[in-house]
Write a protein that binds this ligand. Structure first.
Ligand code: SAM
Length: 286
């Protein structure tokens, strides 16, 4: 038997990695989410949730909006792609003693476990906007919402002068251009794109309304420490620092972000950071 006819050991193929999932599991978003609790509660309070309604929170993270919705009496299912956030969210739910809320792992582009028209309200606050395939995401959200029900999305707005869009603008200057065909999550913050996406899922544009709203990040530490949290725990910013580090520019990125956070901070106390950020609130009547 010559070498070419000898049986070769079969190599195990490397596991296929979902880059969207890897990005959100990379850090620990709970460290940022802790600064978003008050606005999460305020947003849920204005949704007029009545006891017993069925709510899906898509891209729910560790439950910033799912938990207040459950406290309002809704039956809440959270879905998130990141296993670490699903675990952290279910732990928070357990500590709160809530029996009407749970979080499961899933992908907004493919909600195959969820039945058609099974929710009165589908909310996605800075969640589904980060999934790839926006047309598929819109289709899935419409499919699982009952006729007469509502979808509410919170989406960051591109080129907005407030915090999140500016973090993105600064970070993108330090990172390589995205791969061809990449669709920016921020397009969910542009009304014409939202109309087109839900339009392709069968929703007339008259049934979609838009409002600019504010989410305030409140942290019990300084703006500088807040930047450090993003640097060490927020996947997209971690990636920007890794790329900047390869070009010897990590300290430039740090300085730009510290200037941004300090200039946007509205707190007078050195121990507290309070930064308002504008977002687009989208309401879809199904
Ligand atoms: C900016 S965080 C917001 C989390 C939460 N909604 C909140 O307000 O704290 C974005 C969330 O979307 C989730 N996510 C990203 N892509 C997703 C996808 N394809 N399907 C489901 N969740 C996704 C992430 O894992 C992360 O928890």
């Amino acid at each position: 038997m010559n070498e070419s006819t000898m049986e070769q050991p079969t190599a195990t193929p490397p596991p296929v990695m979902n880059p969207n999932k890897a990005l959100w599991e990379k850090g620990d978003f709970t460290q940022i989410a802790e600064t978003m609790r008050q606005s999460g509660e305020a947003l849920v309070a204005m949704l007029g949730i009545t006891p017993g309604i069925k709510v899906l929170d898509l891209g729910c993270g560790d439950g910033t909006t799912a938990i207040p919705a459950a406290k309002s009496g809704a039956q809440v299912l959270g879905v998130d792609i990141a296993g670490n956030l699903v675990k952290a969210g279910n732990e928070r739910i357990r500590k709160e003693g809530l029996t009407n809320c749970s979080i499961q792992q899933g992908d907004a582009t493919d909600l195959q476990d969820l039945q058609d028209e099974s929710f009165d309200l589908v909310m996605s606050i800075f969640g589904a906007m980060f999934a790839p395939k926006p047309l598929e995401v819109a289709k899935q959200m419409v499919r699982v919402t009952r006729r007469g029900g509502r979808i509410v999305m919170g989406n960051w707005i591109p080129s907005d002068p407030t915090l999140v869009a500016q973090i993105l603008r600064i970070s993108s200057a330090y990172t390589p251009p995205p791969p061809e065909g990449f669709i920016s999550p921020m397009l969910w913050g542009v009304e014409s794109h939202v109309i087109e996406r839900f339009g392709s899922a069968g929703i007339a544009k008259e049934n979609i309304t838009f409002e600019q709203d504010t989410y305030t990040f409140i942290a019990l530490f300084s703006p500088k420490e807040f930047v450090d949290r993003f640097r060490h725990f927020y996947g997209p910013t971690m990636n920007a620092f890794e790329a900047a580090g390869k070009n010897g520019k990590a300290s430039d990125l740090q300085r730009e972000l510290e200037d941004l956070f300090e200039s946007q901070n509205e707190s007078n106390s050195e121990e507290v950071t309070s930064i308002p950020a504008t977002f687009l609130r989208v309401t879809v009547m199904c």
